[in-house]
Design a protein around this ligand. Structure first.
Ligand SMILES: Cc1ncc(COP(=O)(O)O)c(C=O)c1O
Length: 346
């Protein structure tokens, strides 16, 4: 575990939003002690979500897996933790000025809800194609919403908003992610006896980087696996190329995993600490959504079911014998879209 990391390249928006995390090629990373202290700092704001052992194996003959029910976190996804971490680091003046974010989904909802709870003015830029159920949740938080024509123009609109002095809360890269998601990793480690492996879905890599960084600091032998849909392999492509990549095309039902590019900070952490990334198809994700409904009684959004799909398909051989915890990271999908996804391909 290191507090600083020497980077050889930069890409995308990482360096724009927080110069303090990248200075003369040095990235700051929190220590394990800082992550533990941070957990005390945000205790009143985030739920310690349930961890439970499944009554059913993921594949016949496998050990019974554990699940971390982070879908029960406020806002319906793990994103709430990193948003709270970011907000808790702001000065009173910054809080009074307000924050902004760009997202088509769970990050925006987390920003809206967290800012409502902490009484901080917030603006989110969303594509006008945003799912109706998510928009409804977003509106209920009282956040100011700006619509962009599509996902590609969301960031240029966000740049306009930032001109008003609002601070951007990055969705999947930066030290606040390691601190916030680090608290999730601590809860997993403390709740699962003899933990041997953790599996989590990957979009831009914030969730995976925070888990891997903290778990490897506590137990270097704990294997940490990521999961990407084959239609949005942002981090796998980046790992293959040795640096953060942009995707030209995204095509997956797991919309929350559709990060169009990777960023240096979380990419570097993933390169250093993650054991492997499994790739799953949309059909495998659908089938795992059905498995979760019938075996766990849980309605999962595709991004979340992807982690189960990886254990049932590409990572199956590696994980069957292990004391495994699968992170159930989100549930924000409206009933109509959920039913459509389940029916299609039955
Ligand atoms: C439910 C869910 N799972 C996984 C992810 C991927 O997280 P990350 O972008 O940190 O990799 C997201 C991102 O929004 C999400 O909402």
């Amino acid at each position: 575990m290191r507090g600083i990391y020497l980077s050889t390249h930069k890409f995308g928006r990482d360096d724009k939003y927080d110069e303090s995390i990248f200075c003369l090629g040095i990235y700051m990373r929190p220590t394990l002690e800082e992550i533990k202290r941070h957990r005390d700092q945000i205790r009143g704001y985030c739920l310690n979500t349930p961890t439970f052992r499944s009554a059913y194996p993921l594949n016949a003959g496998d050990k019974l897996p554990w699940f971390k029910g982070e879908l029960f976190q406020y806002s319906g996804s793990f994103k709430y933790r990193s948003v709270i971490s970011f907000l808790s680091s702001l000065s009173n003046v910054e809080k009074a000025t307000g924050v902004c974010a760009a997202s088509g989904g769970n990050h925006a909802i987390a920003v809206g809800l967290a800012c409502q709870t902490m009484d901080i003015p917030a603006t989110v830029v969303v594509p006008k194609t945003i799912n109706a159920g998510r928009l409804e949740l977003l509106k209920s938080t009282g956040v100011s919403i700006i619509f962009a024509d599509d996902i590609a123009s969301v960031f240029s609109k966000l740049d306009e908003v930032k001109q008003q002095g609002l601070l951007e809360i990055p969705a999947f890269s930066g030290p606040h992610i390691l601190r916030g998601i680090g608290t999730l990793a601590l809860e997993i480690y403390e709740s699962v006896p003899d933990l041997e492996a953790v599996v989590a879905s990957v979009g831009g890599g914030g969730l995976l980087s925070g888990l891997a960084y903290t778990l490897k600091a506590i137990g270097p032998n704990i294997a940490v696996y990521g999961v990407e849909p084959e239609g949005a392999p942002t981090i796998s492509n980046s790992l293959k190329n040795g640096k953060p990549q942009k995707l030209e095309k995204i095509d997956t039902i797991a919309d929350s995993l559709s990060a169009p590019y990777a960023l240096d900070y979380s990419f570097q952490v993933i390169s250093d600490y993650v054991d492997e990334i499994g790739i799953v198809s949309d059909e495998q994700i659908r089938s795992s959504m059905r498995w979760a409904l019938s075996h766990l009684n849980l309605k999962l959004e595709p991004a979340c079911a992807a982690a189960i799909a990886a254990c049932q398909h590409p990572l199956r051989e590696k994980l069957g014998e292990k004391n495994l915890c699968v992170v159930l990271c989100g549930t924000n999908i409206d009933l109509q879209s959920y039913q459509k996804l389940l029916e299609n391909g039955l």
